[in-house]
Design a protein around this ligand. Structure first.
Ligand SMILES: Cc1cc2nc3c(=O)[nH]c(=O)nc-3n(C[C@H](O)[C@H](O)[C@H](O)COP(=O)(O)OP(=O)(O)OC[C@H]3O[C@@H](n4cnc5c(N)ncnc54)[C@H](O)[C@@H]3O)c2cc1C
Length: 433
């Protein structure tokens, strides 16, 4: 392969205490957490809005707040839900505790909460590279319409979902694997569906009342019986609360989403599958006869790609045993929810015990000032299938922000923070219940 050398002087536009890359649910909470702790924070996001998979991907239920009908995630994540509720844009669906939200309000409330505590937003800005010096990340290299430039910081939080910054910095990582990791789904919004009949009315909420599961079993059985149906999962139909449209999660493809060409091909296929599945529904069920696709997600939703190989890891054994940690980053409440990349299959394994993600799963010993938050954290496959929901990942963001603060005040590497001090900070914020 030919190589060329790119020599270019870049302006270092600003210096921060902490730079968070990726403004999904984990990243925007990480930025707020660090800023509320008193750090000067920048948040870099490639899209023009926050929320990541939730807003760009139409994944509108926030799961993981409740375990055995008791709330186990508090802090910034729960405050976020309360603020959405005040706008009529969130509904806590008890007893299961999924929170239905409206994605447009999600964007606005996340931005407001970030701006209120002084987070500087670099939206429409892509992380393209980084510089390191020994065990430290020194700069992130960003690109936007004004060109390519650098920002520097004491501590960096990688909340890009795919672990882009950790990967660029040479952190030890488990690669994405299309055969074993969880599949993509292109979610979409439909309108003009009759959701008043038994087919849909109890399935657009995920509260489990009347023994209703989240998956729509009648439609699933029908799709399984259609020889021409493309690979699918679920399906799940989600209320958007405001208005009569529904968000639909049904398409499915196994893919390594860090392989750009494979990802692009999968997205093209999923878009076609979306039309094929809606055609099948229209032909079979009167409730869908007049429905129309309003919009598909900006990207196919990515459930899983790279993971950090951390100083600590969320292990299956620790989830089965209910292992506790002095410094928990999150209480993981969702069942281990494993979607098969090769079929319509789903394994849903309920947790018997309280399960926790240790803060050590957010750091590695090879990099002194890099923390990860969100789905790229260090975890074995089965516990990851529980951790990967939004409330849990928001909690990892809050922990990451506090770890950045403690590293700032103590001068310690992020993987060697004083346990007693970090534990006290986590307890004070009250987000791991
Ligand atoms: C189809 C599907 C259904 C799901 N269902 C549920 C559910 O019902 N309930 C639930 O709670 N969870 C659900 N999940 C899981 C959950 O939505 C995700 O795991 C979670 O939102 C991931 O959050 P994150 O912040 O870690 O990553 P992401 O949401 O992926 O956010 C990463 C952010 O980083 C940005 N970014 C990435 N790379 C760069 C870069 N190089 N430069 C700048 N910015 C960058 C992205 O634009 C994005 O905003 C589902 C996921 C999928 C895909």
């Amino acid at each position: 392969m030919n190589t060329i050398t790119l020599k270019k002087d870049l302006t270092v536009r600003a210096a921060y205490d902490c730079i968070v890359c990726g403004g999904g649910c984990a990243g925007f909470v990480a930025a707020i957490s660090a800023a509320r702790a008193g750090l000067r924070v920048a948040l870099v996001e490639r899209y023009g809005f926050l929320g990541g998979t939730a807003t760009a991907g139409y994944v509108v239920p926030i799961s993981g707040f409740y375990f055995k009908e008791k709330r186990v995630v508090g802090g910034i994540a729960w405050e976020f839900v309360n603020r959405l509720e005040a706008q009529g844009a969130a509904m806590v669906e008890l007893p299961k505790g999924h929170v239905s939200v409206h994605p447009e309000n999600y964007k606005v409330v996340a931005e407001q909460m970030a701006e209120e505590c002084g987070v500087e937003l670099y939206t429409n800005t892509v992380l393209i590279d980084c510089l390191t010096d020994g065990q430290r990340v020194t700069h992130v290299i960003l690109n936007d319409k004004s060109g390519t430039y650098a920002l520097t910081a004491e501590t960096f939080i990688d909340a890009t979902g795919d672990g882009d910054l950790a990967y660029m910095a040479g952190a030890p990582m488990k690669s994405a694997d299309s055969g074993t990791m969880q599949p993509l789904s292109l979610c979409f919004v439909i309108e003009n569906t009759d959701a008043t009949t038994d087919l849909l009315k109890n399935y657009i909420h995920h509260n489990g009342r009347d023994a209703k599961q989240s998956v729509n079993t009648a439609i699933r059985e029908y799709l399984l019986s259609c020889p021409d149906a493309p690979q699918f999962g679920g399906p799940w139909f989600n209320t958007l609360l405001l208005g009569k449209s529904l968000a639909v999660n049904v398409t499915r493809a196994g893919c390594d989403a860090t392989d750009p060409r494979a990802f692009a091909a999968a997205e093209r296929k999923l878009r076609r599958d979306m039309f094929a599945i809606v055609d099948l529904l229209r032909a079979k069920f009167p409730e869908f006869k007049d429905c129309a696709i309003v919009s598909s997600a900006i990207n196919a939703g990515i459930r899983e790609t790279r993971h950090l190989i951390g100083k600590g890891t969320a292990t299956l054994q620790s989830f089965l045993d209910g292992t506790t940690y002095p410094c928990p980053a999150a209480h993981s409440a969702h069942p281990m929810d494993i979607h098969d990349p090769k079929s319509a299959g789903q394994q849903l394994i309920r947790l018997e015990n309280n399960a926790y993600v240790p803060c050590d799963a957010l750091v590695c010993e090879q990099l002194d000032n890099l923390i990860v938050a969100g789905r790229c954290l260090s975890a074995e496959a089965a516990p990851y299938a529980s951790i990967r929901v939004q409330a849990t990942l928001m909690s990892t963001g809050e922990a990451a922000g506090l770890m950045a603060k403690l590293s700032h005040t103590s001068g310690s590497p992020v993987h060697a923070l004083d346990e007693a001090a970090l534990s006290a900070m986590i307890a004070e914020r009250d987000f791991v219940l």
